[in-house]
Design a protein. Structure first.
Length: 296
């Protein structure tokens, strides 16, 4: 398979990229890591008249602690984030999820911003961003604007980015105190897209849940935040019965697709199992002594 004919330009700054997008709009595509775009080009699923290569825009490749949280530039390679001590210390959920993104060869080239902007509903990073309440900075001819994760992701492979805008940074706010995190997913082979996956956060006051967050991937047209299950857990001890109730709530709320890999019923069942396991694991990471009590 061969890509369609297109014009190519390699920009060296965000300003140059915005100028190119302003001129070409819907006829242009941005090339970051290329791990999603190049297959789409080769299968003629996208046919841009112009390809704008961002790989020389070094100002967008960074990981920095700022305003109590962590900012990651859109052109930061996934492998760099995976190995970052800042990510390991400050964003453990992202650190746990990144090894599940394809294979290491893909993560060597794939970028944080590229995966988020592609917005595949079965991908790991959109679900992680939604669970962590990430903020997205986008730049266009009218200047910068900042979007929340729920506002950023719209539907299948669609975000709130306009044709003349690009994502420049994703910022993750500080984690709640005494919080634990977990990422779990089920896929046919490691590196495949998840049949279902879950990002979970549990913050505890003693043995009661002060705050819980649940975000699923692979079960809708975008990452799915299950706030009904979060509300069910708030203020309650995280008992096996409560975990079972959360799993039931998740199965009632989601509307997963069916395809050659799994039926909707199977994805719904798997999602509930993963939710219960991820919540329990997150609670143990928040309070390791809870795990020791459960072993007695």
């Amino acid at each position: 398979m061969k890509p369609p004919v297109f014009e190519y330009t390699a920009v060296r700054s965000v300003e140059e990229a915005v100028a190119e997008l302003s001129q070409h709009g819907d006829e242009a595509k941005l090339l970051a890591g290329g791990q999603s775009l190049l297959p789409l080009l080769n299968m003629r699923l996208v046919t841009p008249a112009r390809l704008i290569d961002l790989n020389r825009v070094s100002e967008l490749a960074y990981i920095t602690e700022r305003d109590g949280g962590v900012g990651i530039g859109a052109m930061t390679r996934q492998r760099h984030a995976e190995r970052s001590p800042v990510v390991a210390a400050r964003l453990p959920l992202l650190g746990h999820a990144l090894p599940w993104v394809g294979h290491f060869q893909i993560r060597n080239r794939g970028t944080i911003g590229g995966s988020l902007s592609h917005a595949d509903p079965a991908a790991e990073l959109p679900a992680v961003a939604l669970c962590l309440d990430a903020r997205f900075t986008v730049r266009g001819p009218a200047g910068e604007r900042v979007l929340g994760a729920e506002e950023f992701f719209r539907t299948h492979l669609t975000t709130a980015l306009q044709a003349t805008e690009l994502l420049t940074e994703v910022w993750f706010p500080p984690a709640p105190p005494e919080a634990g995190w977990a990422w779990l997913e089920l896929c046919r082979r490691h590196g495949d897209f998840a049949l279902a996956g879950v990002a979970a956060m549990v913050a505890l006051d003693g043995e009661r849940v002060r705050e819980a967050r649940l975000c699923l991937t692979g079960v809708g047209d975008r990452p799915v935040r299950v706030r009904a299950a979060e509300a069910l857990l708030a203020g309650e001890p995280l008992t096996p019965a409560r975990l079972g109730e959360a799993a039931v709530t998740v199965r009632q709320v989601i509307d997963p697709p069916g395809d050659i890999h799994a039926t909707p019923e199977y994805r719904r069942h798997v999602a509930g199992v993963l939710v219960a396991r991820a919540l329990g694991l997150a609670a143990i990471r928040a309070r390791p002594d809870l795990g020791r009590k459960s072993d007695r």
